[in-house]
Design a protein around this ligand. Structure first.
Ligand code: HEM
Length: 222
């Protein structure tokens, strides 16, 4: 057990957990996106039926309950070690550099990851209160209508779009940084991983952002 404590208190160990949980959370984002894309079905009745059945399954299935524990743990570890790394980086040199050097750059990256991460967390809390809590504990059966009505509100949809832009920035750095920590950003794989990182950081947030815009602009949900 001693080695585990040593590993988790080292900067590389913390980066490793942060990267690993980040990749796990990306896999959640992909699955969640696949479910949510049902909202874009142009046949409104079919969209309503399939999305409500999916949502009902998500809030009642016992296997999903078990997977949820893993998801909560994934978020908790990612946030905990992300914060630990941010504060360690912040404390490393309290006086700001006058010139742009590697250290100052790493501070800027760390600060932007902290800022984007904090706004994504605020988004997540609001999102869970508005959707997840109502489906899981409020007995809401018509999640389709609830989601569509929420996205017709400009302030709500715009907040989602802003959060997705920040999610893209967070993923763009986080994805590459995770592979660098795993030692896989060498010459051989660098271009593949960089390409995959950009795809993940652009395609996932873009598809998520299209959903609120689709209803806000009145294209769907009539
Ligand atoms: C257009 C975008 C999105 C829509 C329409 C949407 C919709 C929903 C709905 C309806 C629920 C509750 C019931 C269910 O699982 O079906 C839910 C749960 C959840 N959402 Fe989202 N979501 C979106 C984006 C996101 C994003 C970007 C994240 C993460 C950053 C996220 C994280 C979660 C989590 C952690 C849960 C609870 C676990 C779960 O039920 O799967 N969602 N979402």
């Amino acid at each position: 057990m001693g080695w585990l404590f040593r590993f988790l208190s080292s900067s590389i160990g913390q980066k490793f957990i942060s990267g690993l949980t980040g990749l796990f959370l990306i896999s959640f984002l992909l699955v969640h996106l696949a479910g949510n894309l049902q909202l874009l079905n142009t046949d409104v009745e079919a969209a309503k039926t399939s999305f409500n059945a999916y949502s009902h399954f998500m809030s009642t299935n016992p296997i999903i309950r078990i997977l949820e524990i893993g998801l909560v743990l994934g978020f908790a570890l990612h946030i905990f070690y992300g914060l630990k790394l941010y504060f360690a980086n912040k404390a490393a040199r309290p006086v700001a550099y006058a010139t742009r050097d590697a250290n100052a750059n790493s501070k800027w990256t760390s600060r932007s990851m902290f800022l984007s991460g904090s706004i994504i967390l605020a988004f997540l809390i609001l999102h869970l209160l508005n959707f997840f809590v109502k489906a899981r504990f409020g007995g809401e059966e018509d999640m389709y209508t609830l989601v569509v009505e929420a996205f017709k509100l400009p302030y709500y949809s715009i907040f989602y779009v802003i959060a997705m832009i920040l999610l893209g920035l967070h993923l763009n750095h986080g994805f590459q940084s995770a592979f660098q920590t795993f030692g896989l950003l060498g010459k051989k794989y660098a271009s593949v991983i960089k390409g995959a990182g950009v795809a993940v950081a652009v395609i996932i947030p873009l598809l998520y952002a299209i959903i609120p815009l689709y209803f806000l602009l009145g294209i769907g949900g009539k």
